[in-house]
Ligand binder design. Structure first.
Ligand SMILES: Nc1ncnc2c1ncn2[C@@H]1O[C@H](COP(=O)(O)OP(=O)(O)O)[C@@H](O)[C@H]1O
Ligand SMILES: [Mg+2]
Length: 328
């Protein structure tokens, strides 16, 4: 008999069905212990929110009056901490990568980008976008089993309530890609995998079905593009929001190494951790004896050595160039 584990959903998520007016951004200051630096002032823009990586502003005056300015910083997070060390150029690489992907996907789903001509001080690392009522769901899709999906599978034989065949290992290709949503945690909190039913309970049946359908469609396209370039898109996370007229729009960042696991196809060997074009170098160093950091201690991680910064930056550049065929 299969053991069915309770699906964990944060109480705040359960308490509120998706109400666009309540999900709008505004004046959210992250807790001080998150280590998110004060967002730099930008003329003609009011700072309204900072996440782990991005700072959001609302533009006042000019052609885009009232629209959002989303600025990607060089911050890097690992194990739910925003690190003291930044990765030079990361914000720009992520912004360029997202823009490239939005363009590849625009026939499948509308996206939130309005313009890329942004104030000079954030040139290259920011976009002007529509402010959407974000769905409080991380729309995760997995073509391969690893990370939190693997942990869930090892405990229950399931991921997000979906039963999987026995014998799968770290890095196994799944019989078919799975929609494995997670709650969108408050800044600094941990996302939790949830069942599809929990998502439907949160946003309604119709929206849940649409989020799943769009997620799967976009993944299929992106997976195909990546595969043609020798890269496995093992899993990725999308965030969608709603326009006032009810249209669902792809938002946030898309298909970057921060939101996705990209694996070199030639090195893929199920049964072990796969080499990856993401923060793996940082995570490995933090977990190594060299860092002197104990993950279980709850203490902030130490600053990264220059060599780790350089290698990480190189990894992001490589992912960008391989996928887009552009040079950075
Ligand atoms: N078009 C949009 N309208 C409103 N909010 C958005 C839009 N696109 C992205 N966001 C939100 O902006 C924030 C981006 O900052 P980020 O550093 O990625 O935050 P997080 O720490 O939550 O990952 C996220 O909270 C995301 O949901
Ligand atoms: Mg984010």
């Amino acid at each position: 008999m299969r053991v069915v584990l309770p699906i964990l959903v944060s109480p705040t998520v359960l308490a509120s069905r998706h109400r666009p007016d309540l999900c709008r951004l505004g004046g959210v200051t992250p807790p001080a212990d998150l280590n998110i630096p004060a967002a730099p002032g930008i003329d003609g823009a009011e700072h309204i929110h900072s996440g782990k990586v991005r700072d959001l502003y609302r533009l006042a005056g000019g052609p885009w009056d009232g629209q959002l300015l989303m600025v990607a910083s060089d911050r890097i997070s690992a194990f739910d901490f925003v690190l003291d060390t930044t990765i030079p150029g990361k914000g720009e690489i992520l912004t360029r990568m997202s823009s490239w992907w939005f363009d590849q996907l625009k026939d499948l789903v509308p996206n939130h980008v309005l313009a890329t001509e942004v104030p000079a001080e954030v040139s290259g690392r920011a976009v002007i976008c529509e402010e959407l009522a974000m769905f409080p769901v991380e729309c995760v899709v997995r073509g391969y089993l690893t990370g939190s999906g693997l942990l869930d599978y090892r405990v229950s034989g399931e991921v997000c309530g979906i039963a999987l065949p026995a014998g799968l290992e770290d890095g196994s290709r799944l019989p078919e890609p799975l929609f494995t949503p997670a709650t969108k945690a408050a800044v600094g909190d941990h996302d939790e995998n949830v069942s599809y039913a929990a998502v439907a309970g949160e946003v309604g049946d119709e929206a849940a079905a649409e989020l799943r359908e769009l997620t799967m469609k976009v993944y299929a396209r992106a997976e195909e593009i990546a595969r043609a370039r020798g890269i496995i898109l093992a899993d990725t996370k999308f965030e969608f929001g709603q326009r006032k007229d009810g249209t669902t729009v792809l938002a946030d960042e898309v298909l970057t190494p921060d939101s996705s696991r990209f694996w070199p196809a030639s090195d893929w060997r199920p049964g072990q951790a796969q080499p990856s074009y993401d923060k793996q170098i940082v995570r490995n160093w933090l977990l190594s004896a060299e860092s002197g950091w104990d993950r279980a201690s709850g203490v902030r991680p130490p600053a990264l050595p220059q060599a780790v910064v350089d290698r990480t930056r190189q990894r992001y550049v490589e992912a960008f160039e391989l996928l887009t065929g552009l040079s950075y």
